[in-house]
Write a protein that binds this ligand. Structure first.
Ligand code: ADP
Ligand code: MG
Ligand code: ZN
Length: 603
């Protein structure tokens, strides 16, 4: 039923407002409400905003955990323009990203808020110092972490303000970046300005990270606010990645998001360039974005996209942090994300205006295997991670794969569970692929078919013939093609053995067998398989991203072919019989062992 979701079908997302009655007695309440309406021109607070603001005005350390687009900025911007409570003086906002700072500052100036910026682009800091020493101080000062660390001038100003009690608060926005900034500048904040309250804000739901931030900032008696990480207006779709993935992406955009704004994430920079170019050839306004571009070029793309002059940015994960474009209607993952955390952040850039948006992920076992290989075979010049780090990275990709393969549980339940949040499936309101299916899942035992396929692969491989995975599937299906006839493959004992299975299911089964390492592909150009070909023989092409199809890849029995052929374990496929929806049926498989069902990982 979600085939053509018109805005009328999707859940209406109203602002989630707090129950304010218990706060109305607060002495700051009247001033806060006045600032909300007059300065920020907003009607009401979202969940936890007022709570965080009140805690801040009480002079407490505050930790705000809110998904991207949730409205974190207001939590410190509003107290900064108030006069009551613990707000006397300047609120110092430490913000890691230049573009983010610029956006916020210009938005504040539009609201007539007195705000200064001091970062790497500041030419003349004398003016800023004059203002900070003068009688009418700004409400907010935005600074980059580097300045806090390196600028003696800035620190001496901090010292002066501190002694006169005019440092209202330190705000560490995007606080998850602290682990990358290191402790160099952060530690002294609490040491040098012990009495200045600190507010940390992040969209990272990872508990280890949260604890780490609290520890590094030395927060004490912290008022902690955590909001549900469910993004009600995001529709999650997981699709099979096929050789024609680009056509699928193009058709999806053309039919569902014609002329609308979106982001397509790819793994490698050359891949971004290629995909953007191909989309342009198809008539879409797309440009690439990755870390290896000159900053002027990056800013140009960003600006064109922000102002709707281009429709799509095809980017690596370098694109996105701090980007606050409200009307992003789709985020597409062309390649498998490396972690669910990243996937959540990246999809989170869609629908910040609270209107419905689509998040589409194209997944394949081939991507999964390549990422695992990349983790263990760093490219030239890259350092090999420690064994523990590699194990953790592998675990993260496996989680992504398990998420993709799970075609029964609500995507929200799965995703939020990963962030330790229990989610009631009914609240999804059928706004994910798994919930929106009206057709129940089938489970089919395909053990015999699997064994026949493995034998077929053995036969052909040992005869020295080279066939592709697709050709093998055609033989098994009993296709009557010229290639099959010419090579006499219709006389093989397994010919047509799988003709009772429909193509989708068969395709799934072959993928599954690859994932189980019952089947493998190798390149004629290198021994050891296609990924070795890409990693070792043509490492530069690896950066292009994942080869969706390659003419020189031929089928061979996988490492575990014999083992699986002789094992007693059953091979079961979960799939949906022809669900009436436009995005292709997502199906997945599992291996049923005697001890139960092992999903996803399959070992
Ligand atoms: P975050 O930093 O959490 O990603 P922002 O602070 O950038 O989110 O806010 C995201 C968007 O939500 C902004 O466009 C902001 O104006 C809007 N917003 C924030 N609070 C409210 C509110 N109480 N009512 C309506 N819109 C809000
Ligand atoms: Mg923010
Ligand atoms: Zn759901």
């Amino acid at each position: 039923p979600n085939t053509n979701k018109s805005p009328a079908d999707v859940p209406k997302t109203t602002e989630i407002t707090s129950d304010h009655t218990r706060f109305a007695n607060s002495i700051y309440y009247a001033e806060i409400m006045r600032a909300l309406k007059r300065v920020f021109r907003l009607e009401s607070f979202r969940q936890n905003q007022l709570e965080a603001i009140l805690a801040a005005m009480d002079g407490r350390d505050v930790f705000v955990l809110m998904p991207t687009g949730g409205g974190k900025s207001l939590c410190y911007q509003l107290p900064a323009v108030c006069t009551g409570g613990s707000t006397k003086g300047v609120t110092v906002v430490i913000s890691p990203l230049l573009s983010l700072m610029t956006n916020q500052v210009s938005a504040l100036r539009e609201k007539n808020v007195d705000v200064l910026v001091w970062n790497s682009e500041t030419v003349d800091h004398k003016d800023i110092m004059r203002r900070l020493r003068g009688d009418t101080k700004p409400s907010l000062l935005y600074v980059s972490p580097e300045k806090v660390k390196d600028s003696g001038a800035l620190r001496s100003i901090f010292g002066e303000l501190y002694r006169t009690g005019e440092l209202a608060r330190f705000v560490v926005d995007e606080a998850h970046c602290i682990s990358t900034w290191g402790m160099i500048f952060v530690k002294p904040l609490r040491h040098e300005y012990a009495k200045v309250p600190i507010m940390a804000l992040t969209a990272t739901a990872n508990q280890i990270m949260v604890d780490d931030i609290k520890e590094r900032l030395k927060l004490k008696n912290t008022a902690f606010f955590k909001q549900s990480f469910n993004r009600v207006n995001l529709n999650y779709l997981i699709l099979d990645k096929k050789a024609k993935v680009l056509d699928d992406i193009f058709n999806f955009i053309r039919t569902k998001h014609y002329g609308e704004t979106g982001i397509i994430y790819c793994l490698g920079r050359e891949k971004c360039e290629k995909v953007a170019e191909q989309l342009r050839k198809k008539g879409l306004k797309a440009k690439h974005f990755h870390a290896h571009m000159a900053s002027a070029e990056k800013e140009q793309v960003l600006m064109e996209w922000q102002s709707d002059r281009i429709q799509i940015v095809v980017a690596t994960i370098a694109f996105g942090m701090g980007i606050d474009k409200p009307n992003v209607r789709f985020v597409i993952h062309h390649d498998l994300p490396k972690s669910l955390d990243g996937y959540y952040q990246e999809t989170g850039r869609a629908g910040r205006d609270q209107q419905p948006a689509d998040c589409v992920l194209f997944y394949s076992y081939r991507d999964y295997k390549i990422i695992v290989k990349m983790i263990n075979n760093p490219r030239n010049g890259e350092e090999m991670s420690t064994p523990e780090a590699r194990k953790r990275q592998e675990e993260q990709v496996r989680n992504v794969m398990a998420y993709c393969c799970n075609v029964s549980d609500c995507r929200r339940v799965q995703l939020l569970q990963f962030f330790n949040e229990k989610f009631d499936r009914r609240l999804c309101r059928k706004f994910c692929d798994n919930c929106s299916h009206s057709v129940d899942m089938n489970q089919q035992d395909l053990t015999e078919e699997s064994k026949a396929i493995i034998s077929l692969a053995h036969n052909i491989y040992s005869s020295g013939e080279k066939i592709t995975l697709d050709h093998c599937r055609a033989i098994f299906k009993g296709a009557d093609t010229a290639a099959v006839r010419e090579r006499n493959h219709n006389s093989l004992p397994q010919y047509g053995h799988g003709k009772h299975l429909d193509n989708d299911l068969l395709e799934q089964l072959f993928k599954r067998l690859c994932f189980l390492e019952a089947l493998d592909e190798e390149s004629t150009l290198s021994k050891g398989g296609w990924y070795v070909y890409y990693l070792k023989v043509r490492p530069s092409s690896m950066a292009v991203g994942f080869p969706e199809s390659h003419p020189n890849l031929y089928l061979k029995p996988g490492r575990r072919a014999t083992e699986i052929l002789n094992a007693k374990q059953r091979i079961t496929l979960f799939y949906r019989p022809k669900a009436p929806k436009l995005p292709k049926t997502a199906s997945s498989t599992s291996v049923t062992t005697k001890s139960g069902t092992a999903k996803g990982g399959g070992r």
